[in-house]
Ligand binder design. Structure first.
Ligand SMILES: NC(=O)c1ccc[n+]([C@@H]2O[C@H](COP(=O)([O-])OP(=O)(O)OC[C@H]3O[C@@H](n4cnc5c(N)ncnc54)[C@H](O)[C@@H]3O)[C@@H](O)[C@H]2O)c1
Ligand SMILES: [Zn+2]
Ligand SMILES: [Zn+2]
Length: 361
């Protein structure tokens, strides 16, 4: 029997989101219904609401979540009812060219539920990143569920479902930060601060946090930054050069995703250094720069989707590090809110003062 639950829906570009009744079908072949325990509010949810991702409204928002498997459809073997899982948006297919070449983090054919969740009048919902977890329950593909230690706190480990994984992976996987490297991170929200934590885990020497919000810089220090730059009163490129002996950093991560911050990242790296773009630009943005600079500085310019993570490999490993006290995921949870408070959490994202608001369900 399909069930009705509460869910946070964005109906139109720029319009405030609201809690509506959502119809969840019984899981079909390869599908799973998950009883959501907690779901973080990511900037990407706001991008969806603002029409910055695509215009397939209405969206069921929310995508960094943990919960318990309630029921499974036919042919689901990897998880069973009662399993405690973190949801992911990279359920790899195992069949595409990338998967067959042993690079499943670049899978071209990731799986989502085949059936649609709907509004009560039958209108189909587009779940954010194929998840839609600002809801009491959600329907996903079985591969979107990664089983983890059931004693790990949902508000903390759910964040590995998107932003925190994206940041950790931008440093560890995409940036390939190594012991002794110098790293700078521009934009220290949930994603950027996770990149700082990732740089520390990877053994970076100098870790520079850049933001326009002093509170974010303070949190970044707690997560591993060895120096901070307030971009309101100093030029980040010069400041990063000074803090790295005049060279620039080995790896610079842009966790804002604007042309001006990407240019700062480009010029703040050492010769042959690496730039990692993890912040998401909007379709109207353009980059104009001297072409010769791309050639003459060498190195590599990368973008990082979901931290180039492989959920089955990385999520349980990071939950272990959390349980061992080596990765402070609790530090990302600034506030716990109800399902009615997502719009307020978007406002706080602009006002600053929050690393992650987490909806508890
Ligand atoms: N690539 C991926 O897989 C992936 C995954 C999740 C999120 N994202 C994207 O990452 C970005 C960050 O997400 P978030 O949830 O951390 O957002 P957030 O709003 O919490 O953080 C953004 C931070 O950037 C800072 N900032 C803004 N302008 C700045 C500037 N000019 N210089 C320095 N700092 C500046 C803000 O003060 C804030 O601390 C978003 O674009 C989001 O869509 C990407
Ligand atoms: Zn694949
Ligand atoms: Zn996200």
């Amino acid at each position: 029997m399909p069930q009705t639950v509460r869910g946070v829906v964005a109906r139109a570009k720029g319009a405030p989101v609201g809690v509506e009744t959502v119809v969840i079908p019984d899981p079909g072949p390869g599908e799973v219904v998950v009883d959501v325990a907690a779901c973080g509010v990511c900037h990407t949810d706001l991008h969806y609401r603002e029409g910055g991702i695509n215009d397939e409204f209405p969206f069921l928002l929310g995508h960094e979540a943990a919960g318990t498997v309630e029921s499974v459809g036919d042919a689901v073997t990897a998880v069973q009812p009662g399993d405690y899982v973190v949801l992911n948006w990279r359920a790899v297919c195992g069949q595409c060219r990338a998967c067959l070449r042993g690079r499943p983090w670049s899978c071209f054919n990731t799986h989502n539920a085949a059936q649609k969740m709907t509004l009560e009048d039958g209108t189909e919902l587009s779940p954010a990143l194929g998840i839609g977890a600002f809801a009491d329950k959600t329907l996903v593909a079985a591969g979107q569920c990664t089983k983890v230690d059931p004693t790990a706190a949902a508000a903390a480990v759910g964040l590995l479902g998107c932003g925190v994984m994206a940041g950790l992976g931008a440093a560890i996987n995409t940036g390939n930060v190594g012991r002794g490297d110098s790293v700078a991170v521009i934009g220290c929200g949930g994603v950027g601060s996770a990149a700082i934590a990732g740089a520390r885990l990877a053994g970076a020497g100098t870790i520079i946090a850049v933001d326009v919000d002093p509170q974010k810089l303070q949190w970044a220090t707690g997560l591993g930054a060895t120096a901070t730059v307030d971009a309101r009163d100093s030029d980040p490129v010069e400041a990063i050069q000074v803090l790295t002996g005049g060279f620039g950093a080995d790896v610079v991560i842009d966790a804002v995703g604007r042309p001006e911050t990407w240019k700062q990242a480009f010029y703040a790296r050492d010769l042959a250094g690496t730039v990692v773009l993890v912040g998401v630009p909007t379709p109207d943005m353009r980059l104009e720069m001297p072409f010769l600079d791309f050639f003459s500085r060498g190195g590599s310019l990368k973008s990082s989707w979901y931290g180039d993570c492989l959920p089955s490999r990385d999520i349980p490993m990071l939950v272990d590090l959390y349980q061992q006290g080596r990765l402070d995921l609790d530090a990302f949870v600034t506030e716990r809110i109800g399902i009615d408070d997502v719009e307020g959490a978007f406002d706080k994202m602009h006002a600053g003062g929050v690393l992650r608001s987490v909806v508890e369900l």
